[in-house]
Design a protein. Sequence first.
Length: 417
Amino acid sequence: MRILLIGSGAREHALARSLATDPATTALTVAPGNPGTAEIATNVDVDPCDPAAVAALARETGAELVVVGPEAPLVAGVADAVRAAGIPVFGPDAAAARLEGSKAFAKEIMAAANVPTAMARVCRTIDEADDALDSFGAPHVVKDDGLAAGKGVVVTDDRQAAHDHAGSCVNRDRRSSVVVEEYLDGPEISLFCLSDGTHVVPLAPAQDFKRLGDGDAGPNTGGMGAYSPLPWAPEDLVDEVVERVALPTVRELARRGTPFVGLLYCGLALTSRGLRVVEFNARFGDPETQVVLARLESSLATALYAAATGQLDTLPDLRWSDQAAITVVLASAGYPESARRGDVITGVSAADAVDGVHVLHAGTATRDGELVTAGGRVLSVVGTGSDIDGARAAAYAGVAQIGIDGAQFRTDIAAGH
C-alpha cells in the first residue's frame, strides 16, 4: 500500500515509524515531514493545510491511503479534497472535524448523544463569561472555542487570570466565543478510537502530562510526556468509554449526515461522580501517540485502511505488547510563550543507541549540516521496558544523552504511576 502521511511533528514521526516498518506499506511519503521522517520516508514540502495541494500530491504519489496527522488540515478540509479525488483517507471531513474545531459544537453533540461531560456555558461576551465563572466557582476552567494547539485551556484558582483568558478569547473577533466549564476532579485518561463512521475500535489507553513543570506546575502546553499502559485504570474502562462515549458520538454525527471517519480522541476524567469527557479531538494525540504506537504489534496500515474504507468490522483484534512505554518531551527555551529557534541539538544518535529508546523529531530542522531547534516541542524521547519503572529509566537515560541550550523537560513523567 502506498501511503501519504500529512504533518511534521513527533506524532507524525511516530506514525511514520510504525508505517515504514509495516509489511502492508510499500511506499511512504510524508508532507512536509521533518528531519526524523526524512530518514525513513520521502519528505515533500507541501502546505499541509492546502486541500488542493495535498490532493494533488496524493494523486502524484499514487497514494492508496492518506493519513492526516494534525488538526488544522482536517478543519481546513484536506480530507474532503482527498476524498473528492477518490482516494481513501484516514481523517474526518471538515464538518465532522468541528468536534475538535469548536468546543461549543462538541458540547452540542455530547448533549444530543447523552455523553457524560462537564456542565458548561458557551459565552460570547465577557459579561457572560464572568457570570459563568461566578456560577461554577473555582477552580475555573476556561476554554478557547477554536483550535489553539493544545494551549487554549486555562485551569486556575485565580479569578482574574480566568477573566483575562476569557476576554482574550471573546475579543478576538465578532464571531469568537469561549467555553466556561465546571471543574472535573480525578485523574485524566486519553483513549484513541478508530472509527469508520459506523464502527469503533479502541486503542490502548494512555495518560499525558499537560503542564510545563514538575508536579503539574506552570502553564498548559501541547503535552510534556505520556505513558501506557495504565495499571491503575478500571478493567472495564475501555468498554465503558466505547459504549457510553465513542459509539454514541459517532452515531450522532452519522445521524446528522457528517460521518466521522478517522481517529476519535476521547479525553476523559475519572471523577468522583463517574466518567466524564473533558474534550474530544479529531486526530491522534501528541504525545500519547508516541507511547501507544510503541506498544502496538498489529499492522497500523491495515487498521487505518480499514477505518478509511468502512471495514472496521472485519479488522482482527489488535495485538498489544506487554511492555510499558513512556515518552519525555524536550521543549525549547521560552516554550510555550515564545519558543526559541536555532539552538543546536546534540546527542540524538547517542540517545537512539540506548537500549529500549528511540527518539522522535518534532520541532527540528537542519542548518549547515547541524540539527537545530525549529519549534516549541523539539523531541520526544520514548523508552520501553518490561514495566513502567524500566521504561522510565530508559527514557530518562535517553534524555541525558541530548544537549539543547535552555531545554525544558519534566523529570516526573509517570513517577509514582
